[in-house]
Ligand binder design. Structure first.
Ligand code: AMP
Ligand code: ZN
Length: 481
């Protein structure tokens, strides 16, 4: 069974499935295209799902769409400015009746919509569609539930009201509601950021006088204008953290096996989610917290603010198969930082294409049972905290192992593609298979070329032509058609 590293317990834990595994992944904030770093995190959820489904475990997945509530200053390394136009505005924390697209507390979606000169809803749907296309291109299996924050505001209002009633949250006169973190003593277990260690802001003028304690966070923010709703506390919109608690509790219930996201979400997002959900449910809601390490590009975390973003469309524009991204990610374990380069992507592209060609060639041979020993070892590597680099090494060994019949390699690769998700069967029927004896002649010609024996190379070219194989020489070596 799958074993995976649990950030909260700091050890590799076995995922013990009940009747089904319920998993929640913090979904995208749809104010821009997802970059391949974001997609690495969503691949983590997909791999977990595929491994469990291979074991015939039913998976129930929920991945929200954040189309309101994620503020510019919710993330430490967030984008300083919108993509184009719109003057960045500064000001105190969001005050009563403030504009959600402006000031230090600006909503990412609303601010970007202003910059692009369209409505926030239109912008969010546009990037949500783009996200769905990208995830489908990467063969990420779609979650059962993909609720939008803007369509589940009633769930958040309900949860906030419950937290106030239980004494875990408080409303203040300007229409804000805050979570009272000191009512949740185990705060900080995921990230290690315990309350005693969290220092208040040094400068007195940056301490928010509305809060009982500096580490309390907003569940509801007063605002007027685009993407705001009426609530018992006045008009406004919910905070990003409370959205995930409300949607996960509603769509998966109060016992959730896995909660997944990128490393940067450990704190404060996941600490705050855990506090809200556990406080409301009265027990530990999430069994395992799982985090994927970041994707770096040119040595720095891939982020729009850093300006080192690569989109899936950039990979395609460079002439590479989009699944080369998937392959490049599989070459590294999800818990390692991965410094992506174009060379890595090109190498991954070559491997994907070569495997597809091999699979098509092996398909021409008589069918054989799978190479059980290899298949079991690959599956065991996936079970072992998603050790995908080891899985790929075993597959390369199988590819080269001459003692395994081509038909057995064919069955094994196709079977394991259910985990890999690399579309390895796409070339079947398209690849031209060499006639008998031609492979040996090609190898002999390669050797003749290396020895600069051009006469022999020409003779072998003629011999191959008689078999119907046309050879050409390119800077990368000889090719045939
Ligand atoms: P966002 O749309 O900004 O809320 O981010 C979506 C997901 O991508 C979150 O789980 C983030 O933790 C994750 N993420 C952001 N940047 C990276 C990166 N460079 N590498 C891997 N995951 C990332
Ligand atoms: Zn979340």
């Amino acid at each position: 069974m799958l074993r995976i590293y649990d950030t909260r317990t700091r050890q590799v834990e076995e995922i013990a499935p009940g009747r089904a595994v319920r998993m929640y992944t913090c979904g995208p904030t749809v104010y821009r295209y997802a970059h391949v770093g974001n997609l690495r995190t969503y691949l983590l959820s997909d791999l977990i799902r595929r491994v469990l489904e291979r074991r015939r475990v039913r998976v129930l997945a929920c991945q929200n769409i954040t189309d309101v509530g994620h503020l510019v200053d919710d993330d430490p390394d967030t984008d300083a400015e919108p993509e184009t136009g719109a003057e960045p505005q500064t000001g105190a924390d969001l005050a009563a009746g403030a504009d959600p697209g402006a000031g230090a507390g600006a909503d990412k979606v609303v601010r970007q919509a202003r910059a692009e000169g369209r409505s926030a809803r239109e912008l969010a749907r546009f990037y949500e569609d783009a996200f769905r296309r990208d995830t489908a291109t990467l063969n990420l299996r779609p979650p059962e539930h993909t609720p939008r924050a803007t369509e589940t505001i009633d769930l958040m209002i309900e949860l906030i009201a419950k937290l106030i009633e239980q004494g875990h949250a408080y409303a203040v006169p300007d229409g804000s509601v805050f979570f009272d973190v000191r009512t949740f003593p185990t705060y900080g277990e995921i990230s290690g950021n315990r309350l005693d260690d969290l220092r208040p802001a040094h400068r007195i003028d940056t301490v928010d006088p509305r809060k009982r304690f500096h580490a309390d966070w907003a569940l509801w923010k007063p605002a007027d204008g685009e993407l705001t709703w009426d609530s018992p506390w006045g008009r406004g919109f919910p905070g990003w953290h409370v959205e995930c608690s409300a949607m996960s509790l509603r769509f998966l219930g109060s016992h959730i096996d896995l909660h997944i996201g990128g490393m940067d979400l450990r704190f404060p997002h996941h600490e705050d989610e855990r506090a809200q959900s556990d406080a409301a449910a009265g027990h530990e809601v999430v069994r395992h917290w799982v985090h994927g390490e970041h994707l770096l590009f040119e040595g720095r975390k891939m982020a729009k603010s850093t300006g080192n973003v690569v989109l899936l469309s950039d990979v395609v524009a460079a002439g590479l198969d989009p699944l080369a991204v998937r392959m490049a990610f599989l070459e590294h374990r999800y818990r390692q930082q991965l410094n992506l380069t174009w060379d890595t992507l090109r190498a991954a592209d070559r491997t994907v294409r070569r495997w597809r060609t091999r699979v098509a060639e092996w398909a021409e041979s008589p069918s054989e049972p799978m190479a059980a020993d290899y298949v079991e070892r690959v599956e065991a590597a996936f079970d072992d905290d998603l050790d995908t680099p080891t899985a790929l090494r075993i597959l390369r060994d199988l590819e080269r192992d001459e003692s395994v019949a081509p038909g057995a390699k064919f069955e094994s690769f196709l079977h394991l593609d259910q985990l890999l998700g690399l579309d390895l069967s796409t070339e079947i029927g398209k690849v031209r298979v060499l006639p008998p004896g031609a492979g040996e002649l090609l190898e002999a010609r390669e050797r003749a070329r290396e020895a600069k024996d051009w006469k022999e190379a020409d003779r072998l070219r003629d011999e191959l032509a008689e078999l119907g194989v046309r050879v050409s020489d390119t800077p990368e070596g000889q090719t045939w058609a």
